[in-house]
Design a protein around this ligand. Sequence first.
Ligand SMILES: CC(C)(COP(=O)(O)OP(=O)(O)OC[C@H]1O[C@@H](n2cnc3c(N)ncnc32)[C@H](O)[C@@H]1OP(=O)(O)O)[C@@H](O)C(=O)NCCC(=O)NCCS
Length: 169
Amino acid sequence: MIFIRPEQPADIPAIHHVVEQAFQEAFGSTAEADLVDNLRANGKAIISLVAVENDQIVGHILFSEVTLGDAMIIGLAPVAVLPSHQKQGIGALLINEGIHACRNAGYTAMVVLGHPEYYPRFGFVSASRFGIKSEYDVSDETFMAMELQPEALANCAGVAKYQAEFNEV
Ligand SMILES: CC(C)(COP(=O)(O)OP(=O)(O)OC[C@H]1O[C@@H](n2cnc3c(N)ncnc32)[C@H](O)[C@@H]1OP(=O)(O)O)[C@@H](O)C(=O)NCCC(=O)NCCS
């Protein structure tokens, strides 16, 4: 049985391992594991959840603040599931719980940079629909946004900027 809970200090090495394994297998990159550590160390890990199965951490998701003009929204990144545990719905559990936690924390909108086949099922649409651009040179359909409160992005056209740690890895 899988459950989702906020990270605890003792989880830190296991989270690093999960993120490293997932991104190593998918992209041949381990920078995202360092990104998670850097964001946490700098107090920028606003919401960090783990998926636990049989006392083992098998998935992780992190949210950090993103500036959009004068507005502060939240960014989903990264999300990772151990390769051996993928395609069982754990990523979806983490994303849905994370969205819920961000809404409860008062955030009104969320952005994500990722697979355009995956995130729309959670309610994300192309950020360009709201006039929002990424600061990175990415294709239109991979940068997505979602309102957590109705009309939250109605007057928020502009460039979304992630925390500086994203540029350091
Ligand atoms: C993305 C990820 C977190 C999904 O975790 P998961 O537990 O397998 O997710 P779920 O079981 O909820 O859903 C699996 C779906 O993700 C899709 N998916 C995974 N990687 C994908 C990719 N590179 N492109 C498109 N879809 C992808 C699968 O195709 C599957 O879709 P389906 O339900 O239509 O078959 C996991 O694959 C992972 O850790 N990947 C490596 C890291 C990564 O890419 N993170 C996201 C970028 S921030």
